[in-house]
Design a binder for this molecule. Structure first.
Ligand code: DGL
Length: 297
């Protein structure tokens, strides 16, 4: 098996130095010999990573994709770092063995900010992480005040402190945990209504923080949250711009896979951990994205 260990990348936090070894390999043409049906593996605790999938389809409409939702482990945001790291690294190792992907993307901020390094140690393929879009938010804000909503596990990570120190020095970054939004996004994709009180509570919690009146940019630091973009926009109003990392991640994946060939009818599969009943209600959301029925891992 082609070993790409250590030749990995993340999203916005990457430096050109980190990218270089992989880029050299790509330039050498070695990667073009991959099996054409080898998929891109997108991984999340649930359906949140479909926001990354949607962005990926804009840049790579035909690449084979296996989307894996760890519904048996959902939600990650209320778990400990040790639980998340062990679960994500173990599952991705087994999934990589079974599906032989050409690249894996952890389409989950919680898992990426905790376990990206560990997953890269386990996998022999490039691994793209999803980390809070603090860098682009810092470039966009005019008031210098940025709100960030994520899971409880994400907002306490040193990884996020480092992103703030590196890219948002001199700005004010106000973070809150909004675990209820994960559940609401899962329900919405299953056709259920979103409780307006829940969105109002998130808005109230963030805007109660000192300095929050100046927020003009809101980082959606959980891949589930763009599924609630309309509801959040209604609550925060037109003066607050939402930003997430999906498009940047999709572009990074496309860049890493540049020059590779894809089988015309490669797999496009939606896999879940735990009982298949966990995917009940997702049929329309999956069909509209070109997936067949959910399959068990
Ligand atoms: N979608 C995940 C993220 O981006 C988190 C959801 C969960 O709590 O499992 O953080």
């Amino acid at each position: 098996m082609l070993s790409l260990s250590k030749h990995c990348t993340s999203s916005s936090a990457n430096t050109s130095k980190e990218k270089q070894p992989f880029d050299k390999l790509r330039a050498s043409g070695v990667l073009r010999n991959l099996d054409k049906s080898s998929p891109i593996l997108l991984f999340d605790s649930g359906v949140g990573g479909l926001t990354v999938y949607d962005a990926l389809r804009d840049v790579l409409p035909h690449a084979p994709v296996i989307y894996a939702a760890d519904l048996a482990g959902l939600p990650y945001g209320t778990k400990t770092e040790a639980q998340i790291a062990a679960r994500v690294a173990g599952l991705l190792g087994r999934m990589a063995e079974r599906y032989q992907p050409r690249l894996a993307c952890i389409a989950c901020n919680t898992a990426s900010t905790i376990a990206l390094g560990m997953v890269r140690d386990v996998l022999e393929i490039p691994v793209v992480g999803t980390v809070p879009a603090i860098k682009p938010a810092a470039a966009l804000t005019r008031t210098g005040t940025i709100g960030l909503v994520g899971t409880g596990a994400t907002i306490r990570q040193a990884y996020v402190d480092d992103l703030e120190a590196k890219f948002a020095t001199g700005k004010r970054l106000l973070r809150i945990a909004a675990p209820g939004l994960v559940e609401a996004a899962e329900a919405k994709l299953r056709g259920k209504p979103v409780d307006p009180a829940l969105i109002a509570e998130v808005h109230a919690q963030l805007t109660a923080m000192p300095g929050a009146a100046d927020i003009d940019t809101l980082v959606l630091a959980c891949t589930h949250f763009p599924l609630l973009a309309d509801e959040l926009a209604a609550a925060f109003g037109p003066g607050v711009r939402q930003i997430d990392g999906a498009q940047g991640i999709a572009r990074r994946i496309a860049d890493l896979l540049e020059g590779q060939s894809f089988a015309a009818h490669g797999p496009n599969r939606f896999i879940v951990t735990g009982p298949l009943s966990g995917a009940a209600g997702l049929e329309a959301a999956l069909a509209s994205r070109g997936f067949g029925a959910a399959e068990a891992f």
